[in-house]
Design a protein around this ligand. Structure first.
Ligand code: NDP
Length: 286
């Protein structure tokens, strides 16, 4: 058996078309152009690539995009001053502080995220937005899990009544993913590094989500025949190539559907960031 390959490219294109349409409609109705500002501190190479990709995607879809670059040596106060200014700026609807921050600022990451106006928190990481999601109000939802769920829906893969197993319990992927699946009537199990007999848990999944951060962690023997496997992981191998958390080569022969890495969930994340920016702009002008 060979799994259906869920191409992030194909679904991201569909989401981007919706974003372009919504941004155009907002402009026509209100004269407002949705605006996203990314704050980038330091010179991290991967972050530079992510930020430039986001910038390009915004411009393609009619979203104003700005990048505020701060030096590696920027202080917490400088960063908070920039965020306070963006909170006040009516032309800015979405603020994203690119993570990870340089080492000297890591301990204040939470404080920095808390400083962002929740109405402009297009990453969906602010505790207010996390709390909203927990009580079933999907306001500004973290982009990666939101993209995964949207992809399942667009692909016509049923969630209701299915047993979903999410490996990973981070605030940015695992927990919100579990909440989104639960809200769509899946029965959800969350696994983590202290889970006993994780392979047996994973084998029960109709929908298996891997958000672990370990290359090829999910092997074929951990997957039920016909399961939908969503690979969130992005890992850099010693040879420089990217790999997911799932052993794609083997698992594709067992799964019913599977996302590849690269070319899977990562593309949906950017698309959902743009969708969140337009949503924040729509809410701001209401
Ligand atoms: P975190 O490191 O924050 O969380 C990893 C989770 O995996 C933790 O809950 C941890 O458990 C669990 N875990 C680690 N080792 C094991 C193990 N041996 N067995 C079971 N569970 C384990 O990572 P993130 O959630 O931020 O990201 C996960 C992956 O997704 C990474 O590869 C990241 O790069 C990628 N990612 C991809 C995105 C995209 O756009 N495609 C966006 C965001 C992330 P515990 O809590 O017990 O420590």
């Amino acid at each position: 058996m060979s799994a259906r390959i869920l191409s992030g490219k194909e679904f991201a294109l569909q989401i981007k078309e919706e974003v372009r349409r919504d941004a155009g409609a907002l402009l026509e109705k209100t004269g407002v152009v949705p605006g996203l500002t990314v704050v980038l501190v330091g010179e991290d190479a991967a972050s530079q690539v992510y930020v430039n990709n986001k910038h390009k995607a915004c411009l393609e879809l009619g979203i104003r995009s700005d990048i505020v670059r701060l030096p590696e040596t920027a202080s917490k106060e400088e960063l908070l001053t920039v965020i306070a200014g963006l909170n006040q700026d009516r032309a800015v609807h979405g603020i994203l502080v690119q993570l990870p921050l340089p080492k000297a600022l890591r301990t204040v990451e939470q404080e920095v995220l808390l400083a962002i106006d929740p109405a402009k928190d297009v990453d969906g990481f602010h505790p207010l937005n996390a709390g909203r999601l927990a009580v079933g109000d999907e306001h500004l939802v973290p982009c990666t899990p939101a993209g995964c769920v949207k992809m399942l829906e667009m692909a016509g893969l049923e969630i209701k009544g299915k047993h979903a197993v999410v490996i990973g319990r981070s605030n940015i992927v695992g927990k919100p993913m579990a909440q989104l699946l639960l809200a769509r009537d899946a029965t959800v199990t969350i696994c983590h590094s202290r889970t006993k007999d994780l392979a047996a848990m994973a084998r029960q999944a109709d929908i298996l989500v891997a958000a672990v951060g370990k290359a090829h962690f999910v092997t074929a023997d951990m997957v039920k025949e016909g399961a939908v496997v969503i690979d969130v992981g992005i890992n850099r191998l010693p040879n420089g190539k990217l790999a997911g958390d799932v052993d794609f080569e083997q698992v594709q022969h067992v799964a019913g559907a599977i996302t590849p890495v690269p070319g899977g969930v990562g593309l949906l994340t950017i698309a959902m960031l743009l969708a969140n920016t337009v949503k924040a702009a729509q809410l701001a002008v209401r």
